[in-house]
Design a protein around this ligand. Structure first.
Ligand SMILES: [Zn+2]
Ligand SMILES: [Zn+2]
Length: 215
């Protein structure tokens, strides 16, 4: 039988960023996606669920997604996986980002492993596909489980909206291409977990999202 993937989404930081604990039901091995902050809350949930948290995965390096990664990695000795090297400048700017947005001090770090389009990442017996989806940031990646029909898309796409592209390195046309060429092919019935707000499906967004509907 195929390994079962589970997840729990925990809103963190003043930006209510959807940090997700992701685990393989068979082994209870877990990864955390985008621990932007509120590390103690995330760790308490991981303990409550009896998970063995072993990795940090990052979609992109904005403060609300990556602000807690350096501290968490150091506290638990965890590897940081992702994002794509296009976000190096955002990682380097984490200390300034935390000041600018009034976050607790965040530290820059060097990912243990950069991610590229077509890579795979694994947690326990579950494997997810990595897609490079630039536009919101140059190094944004998305984690896709074809088996579970789930995609963790960070700030690429939201229920009824799309990611901002007015930050340094943002590119609207690139974002639209990422959504239509890399997310839509994952299938209309795929549920996506965005970086902010409620889940939706790609099919629903294709029909009704005012920014990418009908594409
Ligand atoms: Zn962002
Ligand atoms: Zn965000």
């Amino acid at each position: 039988m195929a390994a079962m993937l589970r997840y729990l989404t925990i809103p963190v930081t003043p930006f209510a960023q959807n940090c997700s604990l992701l685990w393989c039901e068979a082994t209870r091995q877990a990864a955390v996606i985008d621990p932007g902050g509120d590390i103690d809350t995330v760790l308490a949930e991981s303990d409550r669920l009896g998970l063995a948290l072993g990795q940090i995965w990052l979609t992109h390096a904005h403060i609300d997604h990556a602000g807690g990664a350096g501290e968490l990695a150091e506290r638990l000795g965890l590897p940081i996986v992702g994002p794509h090297p296009g976000d190096q400048f955002w990682i380097d700017a984490l200390p300034q980002q935390s000041q600018m947005f009034g976050f607790p001090p965040a530290r820059a770090f060097t990912p243990t492993r950069w991610l590229y389009d077509g890579d795979t990442v694994s947690v326990g017996e579950c494997t997810l596909q990595v897609r490079h989806c630039p536009g919101h940031t140059p190094g944004h990646v998305v984690f896709h489980s074809a088996q579970a029909k789930r995609a963790f898309v960070g700030d690429v796409l939201f229920a009824g909206s799309i990611g901002r592209t007015d930050f340094p390195g943002g590119d609207h046309d690139q974002l639209i291409a990422s959504i239509t060429q890399r997310l839509w092919p994952m299938g209309d019935d795929t549920v996506f977990i965005p970086g902010h707000g409620p889940e939706s499906t790609f099919g629903r967004e294709r029909r009704s999202n005012p920014f990418v509907g009908g594409t």
